[in-house]
Design a protein around this ligand. Structure first.
Ligand code: HEC
Length: 151
């Protein structure tokens, strides 16, 4: 009996946001604006290098806790990278998977992975990620395989 009273109270309380918290219509991804993202120098931990710019919001990244986003493809480029470069629709300039990752982060529109939305990944990472950070991102992602993404 007490339990159900508590439950009803909780459900009731969750119906409306408390008046002290203003409603925002920002989605998780809409909150990612360049002003809110600090510069990533590359000296941070690997987890911070991926987490600060918000990659986990949209991507599964093996080994990065909380990186369970499904807006973009799982970042398992050891498995998927070669296919991208061979894709007849690929018009980028990358010759290696490493280069492809860097290109994908700096210029996401260059090649839009089939089955995923265009104009969704931020296009301003070039101004937020140092060359070292980008290098570490590419070096890490090119080693990840699809098997790793299944816990
Ligand atoms: C708001 C969502 C969003 C965020 C944040 C985001 N991405 Fe993406 N990303 C996507 C989508 C959608 C695609 C697929 C469409 C495309 O290729 O542009 C993609 C594609 C990619 C690809 C190509 C993957 C493949 O399988 O070919 C890489 C690499 C990548 N993202 C890396 C990153 C990294 C690194 C970060 C953080 C610095 C990041 N993304 C942040 C949405 C996002």
């Amino acid at each position: 009996m007490t339990v159900s009273v508590v439950l009803v109270t909780v459900v009731w309380a969750l119906r409306e946001p408390p008046p002290s918290q203003p409603r925002t219509d920002e989605t998780a991804t809409g909150a990612l604006t360049p002003e809110k993202i600090p510069l990533v120098t590359g000296d941070e931990s690997l987890i911070d290098i991926f987490t600060r710019p918000g990659c986990p919001v949209c991507h599964i990244i093996p080994g990065i806790p909380s990186a369970t986003g499904q807006v973009g493809p799982p970042l398992v480029l050891s498995t998927t990278g070669a296919q991208r470069l061979k894709d007849p629709g690929y018009r980028g300039e990358a010759k290696t998977v490493h280069e492809y990752i860097v290109e994908s982060v700096l210029d996401p529109q260059r090649f839009v992975v089939q089955g995923y939305p265009a104009h969704t990944m931020p296009t301003w990472y070039g101004s937020k990620l140092s060359a070292l950070a980008l290098e570490k991102i590419a070096a890490y992602l090119e080693r990840q395989t699809a098997g790793d993404s299944v816990p």
